[in-house]
Design a protein around this ligand. Structure first.
Ligand code: AVJ
Length: 319
């Protein structure tokens, strides 16, 4: 019962997955690409929070409404005194919708953005003095281990926001299978998944009128300038996001507005006019499609909730 947040170092730490190596590999490819996890420096995490407030970006408010509505059901399935473990906890806002109903004994927030994580878990600890709060800075994409002791007390994973949509379906399945082997029998996993819907609604969500998503996408280049001393001018690129129906995913790109050469760590990369850096995929599922994927990873989809317009879904998986 303390206001302090217990901080853990998890493997792999974000530093050990190198921005430099992964960016260089991506820029050497025929279709240049960068992992969307690199969006989330301090500024990127702030911009993402602003995206969540844009009128066109339906996922956040829809998921929050679903969670608020389903909180009692979720608490009944998960039981009290659980250890709630949030993957990619960001501002730790959504978990607040569950805390009063679930009354977990402890909460562990895991995020790639260290300062952001510390701020938000401290605020959580201050607002919920009865909750034991832990924080771990980690890139949870791969082979994650949980802090000793925490893994065994009735863990319930919480993976909201359709972050799972950043993985392609095979990688999502592999990721869930990894969590399946990490979590003991009897544990639960609450996952938010964005649903397939009409193209205009999807495309508007990634092209907000205020230009916040564009700024978020372009901030990646600012990050390369600051952290890798890249010679790259963000003004020479524009944001492009569209729904690729064949793959059931939103794609985000940065489009070169002219033929140009950029330099990263002394290595030169040339762009044709119109050539892109593919910066994100955000896969959209049907309810049944996601349940089947979870099943292939070894989980049972015990309950699923959605909103009246079937925009978004929340799934309680058990193992
Ligand atoms: C955090 C991956 C769920 O795909 O909607 C929002 C990220 N990118 N706007 C998403 C994002 C552009 C978001 N996820």
């Amino acid at each position: 019962m303390s206001l302090a947040v217990q901080f853990h170092d998890l493997h792999p730490s974000p530093a050990s997955t190198s921005l430099r190596d992964e960016i260089l590999t991506g820029f050497r490819a025929d279709q240049k690409f960068a992992s969307p996890k690199f969006f989330y420096d301090q500024r990127g995490s702030e911009l993402f929070d602003q995206i969540c407030e844009q009128p066109e970006y339906y996922p956040t408010r829809t998921e929050e409404a679903i969670l608020a509505e389903a909180a009692d059901d979720i608490a009944e399935i998960a039981g009290h005194e659980a250890t709630l473990i949030e993957l990619g906890s960001g501002a730790s806002r959504k978990v607040r919708l569950l805390l009063e109903a679930m009354r977990p004994s402890s909460y562990l927030g895991i995020d790639i953005s260290r300062d952001f994580l510390l701020d938000s878990t401290r605020r959580l600890a201050a607002d919920y003095p009865w909750l034991e709060v832990h924080a771990a800075c980690a890139d949870f994409c791969c082979n994650m281990a949980l802090p000793d002791g925490l893994c065994c007390e009735r863990p319930v994973g919480f993976f909201p926001g359709s972050s799972i949509g950043n993985f392609d379906p095979q990688a999502a399945e592999d990721f869930l299978r990894g969590l399946h082997s990490l979590l003991p029998t009897g544990s639960g996993l609450l996952v938010g998944v964005d649903l397939v819907k009409d193209k205009p609604t999807l495309e508007a969500a990634y092209n907000d009128a205020a230009g916040v998503t564009a700024a978020f996408n372009l901030n990646l280049l600012e990050r390369l300038r600051h952290e890798l001393h890249a010679k790259i001018d963000p003004a020479n690129f524009v944001h492009h996001a569209f729904f690729n129906e064949a793959h059931s995913r939103i794609e985000m790109h940065l489009v070169s507005q002219l033929p140009q050469v950029v330099t990263i760590e002394g290595e030169r990369f040339s762009f044709l006019e119109g050539e892109t850096i593919h910066t994100e995929n955000s896969y959209k599922y049907t309810l049944e499609g996601f349940q089947a994927l979870a099943g292939r990873a070894g989980f049972e989809a015990l309950s699923s909730w959605t909103d009246a317009n079937s925009l978004f879904s929340v799934h309680y998986l058990t193992r």
